[in-house]
Write a protein that binds this ligand. Structure first.
Ligand code: CUA
Length: 316
């Protein structure tokens, strides 16, 4: 079974992943055995009981109690086994242990944001301690997303205006990928994140280092920090830095130039225009592009917006 697992399924990196896998294999292999058996018997009977002469008449058989009870009861038992087993695994995976470490998750077109108990925030990277249950409390700031970590065998819809939960325990340090599995618009397929599992003790250090978060790192110039922020906040999913056409206008050569807006007017792409476009993206949409961007009001602070503007200025 382990060999099959390695061949066909993603690595099982959470404490409960093997439960899902065992149930998965039971359902599929018993289905396979039944299918092969059924088709085999079908073919055998077609050959054995085929009509061999013109005047052969099929005997009239109305029913067979023994046979009918057997073929009803066996599948019933199998379905009940799958139900009982599935229910038990489901409940264990639904209900997080009381001592779980809690992280808040926000899904937004098209990034995953994580907030920790001490105020640390990360985008696109979920940091967790190894060997400890982690409970994610999730909501969405726009449409329905879905948080899926194949390595952990967990998947949960993330909804606007309502909290959903999911939990896991990853015993080994390492990395796993998070996918969005609910179609949420243009860059749905780019809405990924990484789970970074830290060794025991190392996680506390990471958390302490990132407490408060959001300030400019001392070793970076504003434009360099802006480039980093554009990655982190997924600006780069829609705005290229090299002139190539994506969902939104490219940032290359944007600053200081006139842009044509969808209402027919023009505006100079200066600091004020870029700032307004980040905080109120629908106000002045560049002609030829869809009005799909979310506001970053309350998410990016002034210092961060300035850094992004500095970065855009460097893209001549
Ligand atoms: Cu978020 Cu698909």
């Amino acid at each position: 079974m382990d060999a099959l697992n390695d061949l066909l399924l993603p690595p099982a990196k959470s404490t409960l992943a093997h439960q899902t896998d065992t149930l998965f294999w039971f359902v599929h292999l018993s289905g396979l055995v039944l299918t092969i058996g059924l088709i085999g018997v079908l073919i055998y009977f077609v050959i054995k009981y085929r009509r061999e002469s013109e005047d052969e008449v099929t005997p009239l058989i109305t029913h067979n109690n023994k046979l009918e009870v057997t073929w009803s009861v066996i599948p019933l038992i199998m379905v009940l086994i799958v139900f009982g087993w599935g229910y038990q695994v489901f409940m264990e995976q639904r209900v997080a242990p009381d001592d779980a470490y809690e992280v808040n998750v926000t899904g937004q077109k098209w990034i995953w944001q994580f907030t920790y108990e001490n105020g640390a925030r990360t985008n696109g990277e979920l940091h967790v301690p190894a060997g400890r249950p982690v409970k994610l409390i999730m909501n969405s700031s726009d449409v329905i997303h879905s948080f899926y970590v194949p390595d952990y065998r967990i998947k949960q819809d993330v909804l606007p205006g309502r909290y959903t939960e999911v939990w896991f325990n990853a015993p080994e340090p390492g990395e796993s990928i998070v996918f969005c599995t609910e179609y949420c618009g243009t860059s749905h397929s780019d809405m990924t994140a990484k789970v970074i599992v830290h060794e025991e003790g190392e996680f506390e250090n990471w958390l302490a280092d990132n407490a408060g978060g959001g300030g400019m790192p001392e070793d970076l110039a504003p434009a360099e920090w802006g480039e980093q922020l554009a990655q982190e906040w997924a600006c780069s999913t829609c705005h290229s830095a090299d002139g190539s056409d994506m969902t939104g206008p490219t940032w290359q050569g944007l600053f200081g130039h006139e842009v044509q807006l969808s209402d027919g007017s023009t505006v100079t792409a200066d600091e004020n225009y870029i700032r307004e476009s980040i905080l109120e993206p629908g106000a002045k949409v560049v002609d030829g592009y869809p009005n799909v961007m979310n506001t970053y009001q309350g998410q990016l602070n002034d210092e961060q917006i300035n850094a992004i503007i500095e970065y855009i200025k460097t893209l001549k």
